[in-house]
Ligand binder design. Structure first.
Ligand code: FAD
Length: 474
């Protein structure tokens, strides 16, 4: 009987255990993607990622068709869609790769039980992570809360599984199956099309993911450890959106970094970042509250500011701090932001503006092409100081010094804040301290061509520390 392969955030054919096992049965394979209602699984799809999903589904559809079977698109609650499709096709089993977010697991567990009750086999497979998040445990059989011992445990697990090659062909179902039209899902922005610059940077789909990986291991991985903090250099893999949609598996990435002839610190450092992703998933799996509640509940009493205006200035990249503004504009234009700058902008929102990290997390979720429920929330809580193994709250990033250290020539700022393009490197991270002559030479008029700082760094720092102290003392 036909096998249904239910694709979720694993839009690839390479190293796809569920698909490979379906192909091996020799039965017809029905490839299915379900547009689940908002709120199911990992929550509402952000607008930037919806753009990505559209192109990724189109790409997967083409790949599957070339292998012999179309990708069927349907909308609705997963259980209902599967029921209908089983009715229509007489399918005897459903395969999928496991998801690890608590809401998704709950849905899948129910579906598995319901299918079993009907005599349909449900088989779930690993592959979205290097190692099963439930397997790694401390000596006391508890989940990890601290990264370094987690990393050591991951190392002890040894190499992840050997990636499985994509099937060479798939038997198609003989009948005609209705598929909804991708265009009708209206995943792309209509008017205005704010995603015009996305396509200059990104090509969704597994082929492009593989190309990025190959380019990275042939090039930028050498020097990764030192260059990865420099936002003006293309020093990181930029694989995050491909990983978020599962167009490439972490095991495939891990194995591609085996046996490279280069300083091993670079490879280890890169693998340690992949392990941060695993750690975020591990936390989210064991502590579902991570996504919207302070991990450290002492932060529940934090005196957050409700300001809508300040939040809007931050989202638009009009804070008056060039490194913050460059980051927020990169996010808007490209749907992605360099990791160092994510930390700086998040810290600015939380500590300089004293705005609840959850509002920032939500904005990122809507604007990042790599939005990921586990990584996004865990990192926001890390910056806020409210998370597991978090950076202490009192360590407040100085946006001027961060800019000078990590973007010394101001190249990154000049790219995204063109109104400061001609400003001398000496002032690029603090135009508000520049003498009038330097500003006028560069055609900058503070308050007109570029905003004055919305808060004073020193005062904002004192205010945040006082709020934190009240929390500790209270
Ligand atoms: P590389 O440096 O090439 O790293 C390789 C891979 O390792 C990444 O693709 C990613 O999967 C993983 N990785 C690297 N750093 C981290 C990290 N700190 N946490 C978790 N995984 C990591 N990453 C997301 O994938 N989705 C998010 O929604 C997200 N939100 C973030 C929010 C904040 C406030 C911060 C500070 C970080 C966030 N990150 C998020 C983590 C990180 O910024 C991105 O994964 C990284 O910038 C992606 O670029 P890259 O693929 O070139 O990374």
């Amino acid at each position: 009987a036909p096998v249904i392969v239910w694709f979720r955030k694993d839009l690839r054919t390479d190293d796809h255990a569920a698909l490979a096992a379906a192909a091996e049965t020799g039965f017809p394979v029905i490839a299915l993607y379900i547009r689940e209602p908002d709120g199911a699984g990992t929550g509402p799809l952000g607008a930037a990622q919806a753009w990505w999903l559209h192109h990724s589904l189109a790409s997967l559809g083409k790949t599957l068709r070339a292998l012999g079977t179309p990708l069927i698109l349907r909308s609705g609650a997963a259980a209902d869609v599967l029921d209908t499709l089983i009715e229509e096709t007489g399918a005897g089993s459903v395969h999928w790769n496991r998801r690890h977010d608590p809401a998704g697991i709950a849905i899948d567990t129910d579906i598995k039980a319901a299918l079993k009750a009907r005599g349909i086999t449900a088989r779930s497979f690993a592959g979205q992570l290097l190692h099963d998040p439930a397997r790694l445990q401390t000596g006391e059989k508890k989940p990890y809360r601290v990264y370094t011992p987690f990393w050591k445990a991951l190392e002890r697990e040894g190499e992840p599984h050997e990636p499985i090659d994509a099937p060479e062909s798939l038997r198609s179902f003989s009948g005609v199956l209705h598929s909804e039209r991708l265009d009708d899902w209206a995943l792309l922005p209509a008017r205005p099309d704010w995603a015009t610059a996305f396509k200059d940077i990104w090509t969704p789909g597994q082929a492009a993911a593989r190309e990025r990986l190959d380019d990275f291991v042939d090039g930028a991985i050498e020097g990764y450890r030192t260059n990865r903090d420099r936002p003006a250099i293309d020093a990181t893999s930029m694989l995050s959106p491909h990983l978020a949609m599962g167009e490439i598996s972490p095991a495939r990435i891990w194995h591609a970094t085996r046996g490279l002839k280069m300083p091993t610190e670079d490879v280890i450092h890169f693998r340690k970042e992949l392990a941060w992703r695993e750690f975020c998933y591990h936390l989210h799996f064991h502590f579902p509250q991570l996504s919207d509640r302070n991990w450290n509940d002492r932060f529940d009493a934090f005196p957050w500011e409700a300001s809508g205006r300040n939040f809007a200035l931050w989202t638009r990249g009009r804070t008056g701090y060039p490194i913050v503004d460059a980051g927020m504009r990169q996010l808007w234009q490209h749907g992605w932001m360099h990791n160092r700058v994510r930390m700086i902008t998040a810290s600015f929102l939380i500590k300089h503006l004293m705005i609840d990290w959850r509002r920032g997390e939500k904005w990122f979720r809507d604007t990042l092409v790599d939005a990921d429920a586990a990584s996004n929330a865990a990192n926001w809580q890390w910056v806020a100081g409210s998370g597991a193994d978090a950076s202490p709250f009192f360590r407040i990033f100085n946006p001027i010094l961060q800019g000078e250290k990590f973007d010394p020539e101001g190249t990154y700022v000049r790219t995204f804040v063109p109104e400061l393009e001609k400003l001398d490197a000496k002032w690029i991270h603090k135009p508000f301290d520049a003498p009038e002559s330097a500003l006028s030479k560069a055609g900058v008029e503070l308050g007109r061509t570029y905003p004055k700082p919305m808060v004073d760094h020193g005062k904002a720092r004192e205010r945040a520390l006082a709020a934190y102290k009240s929390l500790k003392d209270g």
